[in-house]
Ligand binder design. Sequence first.
Ligand code: GLC
Ligand code: CA
Length: 534
Amino acid sequence: MTTNSPLWYKDAIFYELHVRAFYDSNADGIGDLPGLTEKLDYLQTLGVNCLWLLPIYPSPRKDDGYDIADYYNIDPAYGTMQDFENFIHAAHQRGLRVIMDLVLNHTSDQHPWFQAARASKDSPYRDYYVWSDTDQKYADARIIFLDTEPSNWTWDEQAGQYYWHRFYASQPDLNYDNPAVRQEMLRVADFWLQKGIDGFRADAVPYLIEREGSNCENLPETHDYLKQLRAHIDEGYPGRILLCEANQSPQDVRPYFGEGDEFHMGFHFPLMPRIYMSLQKETIRDLQEILAQTPPIPENCQWCIFLRNHDELTLEMVTEEERQWMWQQYAPDPRMKLNLGIRRRLAPLLQNDRARLELANSLLLTLPGAPIIYYGDEIGMGDNLLLPDRDGVRTPMQWDSSPQAGFSTTTPATPLLTGDYAPERVNVQDQLQNPASLFHALRHMLQVRQQSPALGQGSLHWHNPGNPAIALYERRHLQERVLILHNLSGLAQVASLGGGFPAHVRNLLTDQTQPLPTEILLQPRQFLWLALED
Ligand code: GLC
Ligand code: CA
């Protein structure tokens, strides 16, 4: 059960899922809300607290739902509004919270606003979007979907002008200099909050406002609007949260927390690739560096940390040299690359190696921030490089070893995995039955973490173990202290603890009290969570 505290998100464990890919209840090959509702018991068994649903609004799906054609409805493929309300009710009954995507920056080009806007210069909707007679404005804004989009401007024949878009050309940017747009999106937020959801993951927020002579990211006017959104939500719906998607440096993400009056939470994008760098280089240096550069955030805020999500593993927040290195190490096949990233899942990235998978998850669950688990990663699902764009990391959840993986009774719209990660080899049912499975290992780690406020919201203190292959840190909260050791290396390593620690500790993962020697021998990729109790 999640707590009723207004700060519930600070030590919550999040689970990101695609309704489309989770469970198909009506045999059309597409996952849906009644299907997800049936699987809530599973999510409760796993032990997460808050679900983040990828967009389920009506959409032509040129960007898998991030191109919204109607903000006030559910895509019929996923169910009805009644199905949605039933789902929210059923989730809340189980103590599970739910957040959804709020896509502020752009709509689909099929949205009636854009259709009206392009049809006439006199339409009140014309000014909902960003138009220009030339494609030369805002030249300092980078292109995000580098592999497909030659420009942030696209000529619209019908409109007789260029329109601005930071993502696909099928996703025209809304114009946040227009007060009507600002109001409109507050109404959208109201609509879903009134349905009872617990907050939003706000998509692509750095790009709301454009200004000549800037890179059109993180502008003060953008923050002004986001603060307005926050105040609006606080006023009507206390306890609901806003989670910020800003793929930016920690210094640039910091302002999105404001003085505790903008976002409650923000993804820590740059930490993620550095976890992979540390795992592969078998040293803590990159991890320590990025955390040292991470500014403190207000008391009522929290970072969100993750190993993978529904997008490519983004390498936007590393240097060119580091990016080349990451591609060499983690994307040996050119098909694995996408834009500035890597379109693979966690298990294949870590060579399906159990010790590495547990080590990575242990870092995720013990570093500062609320962890997000990406659906399927709890059982070690793989990816499909034959599918375009990011579809290969969004394949159907594998519930059992039957021909349709227990996902559907018909052929899934998105094909199931084959080969090493096929449902016969990787599925929920087998792992639930096997106490030695990855699922159970992770579930146990989640349970332990849930019982430790220090792991949820404690401060971070590094110790020097005299060995760069070992991450040795402490999490502290009130009287609670937890000492964390990770051996990043594939060889056994010694950690020197020095003085200042109690002679005995409680190993949180085994629940055994054990002596704490001044030198600890750690097995390859071993990790320890030790409660320091006097
Ligand atoms: C965010 C989403 C991504 C989407 C983009 C445009 O980055 O995570 O999936 O393509 O926004 O909406
Ligand atoms: Ca269905």
